[in-house]
Design a protein around this ligand. Structure first.
Ligand code: PLP
Length: 385
């Protein structure tokens, strides 16, 4: 009988695993082989060759990832940016137009604003919170709409159901970067999104030791993106596939803990007299808390905040911490802290950042899986100092 699993926790362990097990190996072996013996394949894209992302390691991962979000298909890529750029360059060609949420991960923002124009592709930014304003940006050449589940670094939650409705009404492909939520907290295909994108460098792998990406969603689109990826070359190495496969198995355990821990830390910071503003979608004071509660099963492990007193105070606070590591990126088992103006969003001009509400003093924390009390205690001593 074909095996199918209902719950995400079970899919993480069993979906996509070889059946029967390869030589009885309980853990998926690494197939570090460039090519595989020809068995009569008739299309270039079906040849079994490492760049075509179809070694047994890729095949197993594709099946597991698709199962996690109840997507029709999935594709792993060499990085989150490879997933994003290859998807956009598959859906859009010269003369086409893209609608994109105005506050995005810095790399995506830069790709849209600096690189797409060189391919003859234009864009307009939209306020994800104001669906009534989207129509005025629509053009006959608009092909796609792009948003993030929770924006980086402000943790805004766009009107995601309106995005899907708008896309369907106007024949656009809807894309969402679901990195911050992970499939544990949000599964875009279940809400009607055509494509869900991930930087697997973050939560999906979870151990800060590989770079990888993924696209999940409609099978017809995944096939087109796969063919474009085959030509652009952004495939994932089997060894990285193996590490991602291994990291995925603990995704639910990690993310549920991070949801809880980040929530407690956000509650602690929110009431601290030294804190000026606090961004975490789980808090009742978050402007879109009600929407987040409707959409998400958990609110994720990332939060951001500003301290009273500006950049110098923020820097002193960060320097006084002893537990979090001062580094960009997120979604790993260790707590990381950064000022996005100096890292993830340093490619944007200061004016652009300010216009979006990303101040120079904004601090972003990616909560790890350490004891919550230890993180709070460290924050407490650093705030006192
Ligand atoms: N999407 C989001 C939300 C991110 O935060 C990042 C990286 O920080 C990316 C995409 C890009 O991912 P990668 O570094 O794996 O290319």
């Amino acid at each position: 009988m074909a095996k199918s699993y209902k719950h995400l926790e079970t899919k993480l362990i069993h979906a996509g695993e070889p059946d029967p097990l390869i030589n009885g190996a309980v853990s998926m072996p690494i197939f570090q082989s460039v090519m595989f013996e020809y068995t009569g394949e008739t299309s270039y894209h079906d040849l079994r060759y490492i760049r075509l992302n179809n070694t047994p390691n890729h095949v197993a991962l594709h099946e597991k990832l698709a199962a996690l979000e109840n997507a029709e298909a999935a594709l792993v890529t060499a990085s989150g940016m490879a997933a994003i750029s290859t998807s956009l360059l598959t859906l859009l060609s010269s003369g086409d137009h893209l609608l994109a949420q105005e506050c995005l991960y810095g790399g995506t923002h830069d790709f849209i604003t600096k690189d797409l124009a060189t391919f003859g592709i234009s864009f307009d930014f939209i306020d994800g919170d104001d669906p009534d304003s989207w129509k005025e940006h629509l053009r006959p050449t608009t092909r796609a709409i792009y948003v993030e589940t929770m924006t980086n670094p402000l943790l805004q939650v766009a009107d995601l159901t309106a995005v899907v409705e708008f896309a369907k009404a106007h024949g656009l492909v809807s894309l969402i970067d679901n990195t911050f939520a992970s499939p544990v907290n949000f599964r875009p295909p279940e809400w009607g999104f055509d494509l869900s994108l991930h930087s697997c460098t973050k939560y999906l792998n979870g151990h800060s030791d590989i770079v990888a990406g993924a696209v999940l969603g409609r099978a017809d689109l995944i096939e087109k993106i796969t063919h474009r990826l085959n030509h652009l070359g952004g495939s994932l190495d089997p060894h990285a596939c193996f590490l991602l496969h291994r990291g995925l198995k603990t995704l639910a355990v990690r993310v549920k803990y991070q949801n809880e821990s980040a929530f407690k830390i956000a509650q602690y910071l929110e009431t601290h007299p030294a804190v000026e503003t606090m961004n975490y979608p789980g808090l009742e004071t978050h402007p879109r808390n009600k929407r987040a509660r409707t959409l998400f099963d958990g609110f994720g492990g990332v939060l951001s905040f500003e301290l009273k007193g500006g950049v110098d105070v923020a820097e002193r606070f960060i320097q006084n911490l002893t537990l979090p590591i001062l580094a960009p990126s997120l979604g790993g088992v260790e707590t990381l802290i950064t000022r996005p103006a100096t890292t993830s969003h340093s490619g944007m001009s200061r004016e652009d950042r300010q216009a979006l509400g990303i101040s120079d003093s904004l601090i972003r924390v990616s909560v790890g899986i350490e004891a919550t009390e230890d993180v709070i205690q460290d924050f407490e001593q650093a705030l006192k100092a």
